[in-house]
Design a protein around this ligand. Sequence first.
Ligand code: ADP
Length: 425
Amino acid sequence: MTLALGCIADDYTGASDLANTLTRAGLRTVQTIGVPADDLALPEVDAVVVSLKSRSIEAGLAVSRSRAAETWLRGRGAGHVLFKICSTFDSTDAGNIGPVMDALRADSGEAVVLVTPAFPETGRTVYQGNLFVGAVPLNESPLKDHPLNPMHDSNLVRVLARQSRAQTGLVDLATVARGADAVRARLAELAGKGIGAAIIDAVFDRDLETIGLVAARQSLSVGASGMGLGLARALVSTGKVRPAAASSEQGAAVGGPAACLAGSCSQATLQQIARAESVMPVLRLDPVRILTERDEAERALAWARPRLADGPVLIASSSTPDQVAALQARHGRDAAGHAIEQAMADIAESLVKAGVRRLVVAGGETSGAVVDRLGIPGFLVGAEIAAGVPVLRAVGAKTGDMLLALKSGNFGGPAFFADALGLMR
Ligand code: ADP
C-alpha cells in the first residue's frame, strides 16, 4: 500500500480535526497516536495523520520527533508530507513551525515550501500574508493573550522569517486567483531569489483548491486543516485517490458489548447523560469516593458486568459546576481531574477486559487518558456522529477489533450517546 498523503500534526486535537477533514473529503484516513511502530499493520488507506505533542515543546525535540514521523510516512510511500500546524499559527520566535519546516525541507529537498494556516470555513483567512481570526487580525484576537504562544504579529511572512533559516516570501491572493499555473510561476520566481518558504494567501475555499493543486505536486507543505482540505480535493480531482464514502469505511461489524463513559462536566454532556437515562442504565460515580476510597472503579465494574449482556451502559463522573467547584476546592483542581481521569481509564480497561468492544467516551482529557491506557496505536476514521466527532476503528490494538467515539466537551446533540451507538455496529 502506498500513501497518497502523509501528515505530521503538532497536537492531538489538531490531528483529529485534520483526519476528520480528510475523511469527509473522501480520503481513507488513519490517525496514529505518536510515531507508529515500523510493523504497524495498516488497512488500505490514502492518508495517515501522525499525532505528535510538539507544538510547545523544545524546538530540537519537536524537530527530531517530526523527522521520525516523516521517515515513517515516507517509508510507507507518502509522496507528499503536510506538516499540520494550528490555524492560528501558534508558535514563538523560538519555533516550532520554522525549525520543523526547515528540517523537513532539508530532508525533502523542496525548493519553496507553501505555508498557510488559512481555513475559511472556521474563519481563518490570510490576506497579504496577514492572518485574520474572524473579522480581526491575529494580533487583535484572543490569541494575543495565549498562555504559551501569544501572537503579537499578524504578518506571517515576518513571523515565519523570525523562526526559520529560510528566507520567506509571499504568494498573494491576486496570484492565487489567477490559478495554479500563476502560483507555480510565482514559486519559480521566489526560488530564483533564493527564497525557501512562502506564505500563501487564501480567503475562500476555492483558493485552498488552487493551493492544493500546486502543493500536491510538491513534496512538502505546512498548513492547517484547510491545507489538508485543498490537498485532499486535489488528490481526488486529479484521480490520484478514488474517493471513499466514510460510511462504507466502517468495515465489518464489530458487535459485542457496548459502554459509554462520561468525564466531561460540560453543559452539553450533562444534558446528554440525562437524555441517555431513558434508553440505557446509567451509573453516576461518586467523585468524592474516587478521591478518598479508590474503590469506585471496582464498584463500577461490578455494577456494569451483569448488565453488559442486555445492552449498552453509561458510567459518568460528571457533576454540575457547583459540585465540581466544591470538589476542586477540597482536593485541588489538578489532583481531582487527574484522579478521576485515571479512575475512568481503570474502568475502561476493565470493561474492555470484560468484553466491551464498542466504547463511547465524553471528555477530551478523559478520552486521552482512556486511549493511553488501552494502548491503541491508531484509528481508522469513519462516519461522523456529530460535527467533528467520527466513529473510530482501532488499528493495531492489542484489544483486537474495536470501535470508539471520543467526544470533547460541548460536541454532539442531546441524543449523542444513542446516536453514537447507532453508528457503531
Ligand atoms: P471536556 O472535554 O468537557 O473539557 P475533559 O475530560 O477534557 O472534558 O475534562 C473534564 C475534567 O474534569 C477531567 O479532568 C475530569 O477528570 C474532571 N472531572 C470529571 N468529573 C468531575 C467531577 N465530578 N468533579 C471534578 N472534576 C471532574
